[in-house]
Design a protein around this ligand. Structure first.
Ligand code: AMP
Length: 188
């Protein structure tokens, strides 16, 4: 199975990604995780990415596209789930090209829908636990604006490709997992 998980910051992508990875045995590729690791290790990419991430802005397309190219080239046919990528139309087009060159197709794009106030509430809770630099309230509001302006056009993009499945991301974690499971089981 090859899928994309997308939705606003705080929609529960990371949490549901763990469930999907276990249940469907797919490789979990999170550009946010790769970038945070690079920041921690102070690599060249990390130093560049940090200035964008701290403000809640998107890291330049070519940086994340290169990360995805590298990750996809190591999979040897294993299924995968992209979490937090693509986030712009340029990234989605680049992904389509890489997939085409490797004779691969995405099976489904799962969109987790959560309203803005719930997002802010969830992220404020997460900050108490994980203490992420980009989880302060003003940065979260900016991340929501960035999502609305740059990422939400992907709904149309994937809807036109007949790949989009919108899942209600409000409620208990297990309920949301069940909703995702019902969609993914249809593909098996
Ligand atoms: P996430 O963990 O997915 O919420 O990502 C945290 C931050 O990493 C984002 O706010 C961006 O600054 C950066 N980032 C992660 N994925 C991407 C992407 N696909 N394109 C651009 N920036 C990204």
């Amino acid at each position: 199975m090859r899928l994309i998980l997308f939705g606003p910051p705080g929609a529960g992508k990371g949490t549901q990604a763990l469930f999907i990875k276990e249940k469907y045995n797919v490789e979990h590729i999170s550009t946010g995780d790769v970038l945070r690791e690079a920041v921690k290790n102070e690599t060249e990419v990390g130093l560049l990415a940090k200035s964008y991430m701290d403000k809640g802005e998107l890291v330049p397309d070519e940086v994340v596209i290169e990360i995805i190219n590298q990750k996809l080239s190591t999979l040897n046919g294993k299924g995968f789930m992209l979490d937090g990528f693509p986030r712009t139309l340029a990234q989605a087009n680049a992904l389509n090209n890489v997939l085409k060159n490797n004779d691969l197709e995405i099976d489904v794009v799962i969109l987790l829908e959560v309203d803005d106030e719930e997002v802010v509430k969830r992220i404020m809770n997460r900050q108490k636990i994980e203490n992420r630099n980009d989880d302060s309230e003003d940065v979260v509001r900016n991340r929501l604006n960035v999502y609305r302006d740059q990422t939400s056009p992907l709904k149309d993009f994937y809807s036109k490709l007949n790949l989009l499945k919108e899942i209600d991301g409000m409620g208990e974690i297990s309920e949301i997992s069940n909703r995702i499971e019902r969609e993914l089981d249809k593909l098996i």
